[in-house]
Design a protein around this ligand. Sequence first.
Ligand SMILES: Cc1ncc(COP(=O)(O)O)c(C=O)c1O
Length: 364
Amino acid sequence: MSSVAQGPIRAVISRRAWQRNLALLRRTAPTSRMLAVIKANAYGHGAVEAARTLSADAYGVARLGEGLELRAAGITAPIVLMEGVFSPDELSLALEYRFELVVHSRHQIDWLESRVTTAAVEPIVVWLKLNTGMNRLGFNKVEAPVVAMRLKTLKIVKEIRLMTHLATADESAHPLTARQLACFTAVSAEIPSLRSVGNSAGIIRGAKTQGDWVRTGIALYGCSPTSERTASELGLEPVMSLESEVIALRDLEVGESVGYGATWTAARHTRLAVIAAGYADGVPRSCPSGTPVLVAGHRVSLVGRVSMDMITVDVTDVPNVAIGDRVVLWGLGLAVDEIAKYAGTIGYELLCRVTARVPRVYVD
Ligand SMILES: Cc1ncc(COP(=O)(O)O)c(C=O)c1O
């Protein structure tokens, strides 16, 4: 049924699937505490609802504003700013709202140091980021023990946790993971603290790539963190189903084309269904003809270009398709990972790019 004013498109979010995925991840990393990565509006699912639904041990966001939104909604659980703060002003707010901070660069420690001398604030947990081979953020193995000593002298720091981020945990045979782990193990011997290694891919690889704290994002949302196994093989359930409806039906003769650029031409008498879902909703324009779509539970093919608000699909082989029939772009019965392959990207990007005009409908 269409929601008034927003049309038929909606992202249906299953709380039960969310909780089950978290429970499965906890069983997979039974000795680790769980940081649920809910940055980017919980990968498009709604960060406030994520924090209300999941009972993780902490929540991770990438921007101060994302953390503030959670606090404004009454979330009191630990929240980690996963890139730390970007300015001294941000640090003031971060301290006021009791965020835990990743520290990856010296300038962030300078800001922490100067804060001690200017104000009395509650000490915080600092996640010291070690660069073991991802080469984005973090101190190298020589710097990290020195930095840890410096952090230990700061009254504002209640506890240091050592973390690193794996670049290739999604590929079982990639040699970089072993090198990253060796580096992390060597440095952590010099810095007694709780350790955090695994993202979703690290969690499913087993104890070596987990740590005292794991940081799970994509698996929580029911996607596979590795192309080597599907989400359903891993026992993960899709949390988001992007749904819409058939809004028009049309018959094409052989040789007639559809959509912008006339990129697809009927090779047989074709029944087309027009669906209210386009790239302004988050359906990638890069999805080619042949991308699967579920119409009334039947798997059919997208034909022609994705336009801003509509797509067209070939329903010739589906009996009795009618206006208002339910359509699934991805989710239950059609893995977002599969659609992402057609679009030349990964499930993460599709989920994050569901736009603001798509209502999120929470069920279960
Ligand atoms: C530092 C860090 N840890 C954990 C995660 C979660 O990764 P995933 O969604 O692959 O589980 C991310 C995601 O970008 C991250 O940047």
